[in-house]
Design a protein around this ligand. Structure first.
Ligand SMILES: [Zn+2]
Ligand SMILES: [Zn+2]
Length: 335
């Protein structure tokens, strides 16, 4: 099989041939049909995650077909189409037992400590597998956990979203943003797209947000003047837009922090948060429940995967697109 390895922090990424692995008792060998490129992969290359065990095959957005399985795997059969959580939950800790396996104390990430999906085949543990409806397209499947399931986790499980709420999404033309707009709409929200690039406006229009704001500075005044303060912000950028996002919230409004594009700290105006009882919550990945819901939304056609397909072996090019913030939607890699 062919895989793309990160051998040292900073790269480059190298393609290597190796024999196909035999799955252990609880493991499944999956033929990768599609994998998504995630900003987390870039941060891994740059050494942001100290736990990464090198050399490692990058990639944690797994969608493919089961080609072999171990003796203790009953969840799936050969030829099943599957997706996987980006990590393997232990299934036993307090978080796993309460359906919050995204916080599993013993979770192991693909592309960080387990070889990942930048390959034509990958070994997947049964605890992370979810069988998918064959109708769901491969691009959607690839981002059903890390993007769609994560946003569902942010909006529904953490954000208490309800029909008619106002949901603002920053980085609206990016891989998380363009899908978050669709997901919020699927919940019946009024959606507000914020982007810093004028040239992404037409691209964003394809998902029909109720409002689009183009801003390189503080957008909160304009947002509040035009539509009033919002119930939920999906902060898909991070530090550059954080303050405006916070100021756009209504009393009791919540911010889901997903993006951390420049890994810079922000300063928190505590008075503002106290007086308005704002809730700021981090969001890490998806739960099994939100992943299943993502697949359901996909098979009903409520949300579509938007982005560009590239050959897996051009991954360096794909990473460059993300680094330069040129991505429109998600980049999908095809082995
Ligand atoms: Zn990801
Ligand atoms: Zn656990």
């Amino acid at each position: 099989m062919k895989s793309i390895f990160l051998e040292k922090i900073g790269g480059p990424l190298t393609v290597k041939e190796s024999p196909e692995p035999e799955p252990g008792d609880e493991w499944v060998l999956v033929k990768i049909m599609r994998t998504g490129v995630c900003y987390r992969d870039i941060l891994t290359v740059e050494g942001f995650f100290p736990r990464v065990s090198l050399p490692i095959v990058l990639g944690h957005e797994i969608a493919g077909i089961v080609v072999d399985k171990g003796s203790k795997v009953d969840e799936v059969d050969i030829n099943d189409k599957i997706v996987a959580l980006p990590y393997v939950p232990c299934g036993e800790c307090e978080y796993c037992r309460s359906g919050r396996e995204n916080l599993c104390k013993n979770r192991r990430w693909y592309g960080e400590v387990l070889n990942g999906s930048y390959a034509d085949h990958v070994l997947v543990h049964k605890n992370s597998i979810v069988k998918m409806d064959p109708e769901v397209d491969w691009n959607y499947a690839a981002i059903s956990s890390c993007v769609i399931g994560m946003v569902i986790h942010a909006l529904e499980e953490l954000g208490d979203i309800n029909e008619g709420m106002k949901v603002l999404v920053t980085g609206a033309g990016g891989g998380v943003g363009i899908h978050a707009l669709q997901i919020a709409k699927a919940y019946g929200a009024e959606v507000i797209a914020v982007t810093s690039s004028e040239d992404k406006v037409d691209f964003i229009k394809q998902v029909n947000p109720d409002y689009i704001f183009v801003s390189k500075g503080d957008f909160s005044k304009e947002v509040k003047k035009t539509i009033g303060p919002v119930d939920i912000v999906v902060e898909a950028v991070g530090e550059p837009t954080f303050y405006s996002s916070l100021r756009s919230l209504k009393w009791g409004g919540r911010m889901a922090v997903i993006g951390n594009v420049n890994v810079k700290p922000v300063s928190l105006p505590l008075g503002l948060i106290i007086l308005r009882e704002n809730i700021i919550h981090g969001v890490i990945s998806s739960t099994k429940r939100s992943l299943k819901k993502a697949l359901e939304m996909g098979s009903k056609g409520l949300v579509k995967a938007i982005g560009v397909e590239m050959p897996l072996w051009e991954v360096e090019k794909a990473h460059e697109i993300l680094r330069q913030k040129r991505a429109r939607g998600r980049v999908f890699l095809k082995p």
